[in-house]
Design a protein around this ligand. Sequence first.
Ligand SMILES: [Zn+2]
Length: 413
Amino acid sequence: MTTQAAISDFYPPEPEEVARLATLPEVRSAFDWFRSQESQFARWQLEVAQIAAPPFGESARAAWLAERFREIGLSETHTDEVGNVFAVLPSGGSRYVSLSAHIDTVFPANTPLSARQQGSRLFGPGVSDNGAGIVALLAMASALRATHIPHSLPFVFIGNVGEEGEGDLRGMRHVFSTPRWRDAIAYSVIVDGAGSDTVVAEALGSRRFEVVTRGPGGHSWSDFGAPNPIIVLARAIEIFRQTPLPASPKTTFNIGVIRGGTSVNSIPESASMRVDLRSASMAGIDRLERALRQALSQAAESENQAASHGTRRPQVAECEVVAIGNRPAGELAADARILKVIRAVDAHLENNAPVQRASTDANIPLSLGREAIAIGGGGSGGGAHTLQEWFDCDGRILGLKRILLTMLALSGA
Ligand SMILES: [Zn+2]
């Protein structure tokens, strides 16, 4: 494996390199080409947004993407055992610059997908997150094919599964655990959502739990006094809610799903909730997890105490905490080449984009000490993870130029 120092030594200083790339006639014609293809980009985006891709149900969308990769004329188009779609634009080099976009959405399979266009705006669940990213991949692949820009390192395009929610980054985790790609990807550029105004170079860690409370259940009248799992959950939430959270490192939580019970006249046998803990530091997450467990045992204890006063038989409420997600934190070294490149590209394009911390597919390579960033696919968007999601194509071109220059500078052109 080539060492980082060796790679950096090999390349010219980034600002000069980006300025040189931007004047190449092939790059200029790629920029013009982006401008002329906007209606095709919007068409692709509406088309892909019409294909359901819930977590663990991305195969129809993967097939659509593989078809587009073949149409564009990329090589080695294939789908791996977890459903990630790969295609390659070859060149002489042995290590790759990867451009990836997650193809899954947060929306369940039965969500009505009515993607539509109104002027420069596209509407529909998933149209921006991650329709914008998927279209950016197709735009890069087809521009590079159309303009024959020379590049040293080959490009691999990846439409990966499992970024959202329960997917728990399984697609990217798999890419970086397979022998074919683990050491072969030198740089990862991840396109997630709309915009050109951020660079995610720090990975926000998160830990997710399914909490289940259980009790004996019973009749609401004749068994009154038995411990009630819904009340245990409610008590636990109220206790946990009061956990002091530091502003720095920023630490947050969410209770996103709550379920339980059978009928209005039954004491429930179980109840559950899903909890998302996040922090810029792993220690912050550890602290929150301890507070959550403490809140639960305290809540169960109070409910059991209350129940023991009134009931005829010993009945206890219990809590189970099951981990359902774990996204590692990590960050780019301050002198990482990929960061120098994106900064040089942004300076060249007069684009202001501060470095941010977020939870994205970049968590996986960043936690492994690899060079990775997550950026937007241009344009603007809003209402992510809601049925009112939208994407505005105005300004897409800035995002595409930014991605292209970044890929070329990383590859060496
Ligand atoms: Zn996304």
